[in-house]
Design a protein around this ligand. Sequence first.
Ligand code: SF4
Length: 181
Amino acid sequence: MAKPKVATASLAGCFGCHMSVLDIDDRILKLVELVEFNKSPINDIKKFTDRCAVGLIEGGCCNEENVRVLQDFRKNCDVLISVGECAIMGGIPAMRNTIPLKECLDEAYLNGPTVYNPAKKIPADKEIPLLLNRVYACHEVVKMDYHLPGCPPPADTIWEALVALLTGKPLKLSYELIKYD
Ligand code: SF4
């Protein structure tokens, strides 16, 4: 029987949540027995080649490309999971949400104390994805089915959630796996 497929993406994140996926240590061998990875930075497959059972999303949406990737995941995955605080509520990148975008760009490219930019140009090449007015949590852009909290969520939390979803068991995480106090 064909294995269920899993896809992952890092949007406006730091790859820490992907590191946590890999942190399941030797269970990664069991995971490889259980699933096949499709589009993911883990295997560098850049386009969906098949429908996926689960999509793991790290990071929120800070630019138009993030939105496109997230919509593509919604279209191609049965279950979509926000993994970590950046996906759930924007995380560190969302600190810019209290400041108008123009002020952020001016500080980064014109006025910051370490800026050297004699041409006084803010990058605007059409190859660079357009920044959004603010950073959006994933569920503000598409419907997300589950949220796994943490920065990053522990490997055990990701493991338990994935195994439950892929084996058709109810997703019941113990308090220890989702407490952050
Ligand atoms: Fe990185 Fe934490 Fe955001 Fe995950 S939740 S992408 S570990 S900052």
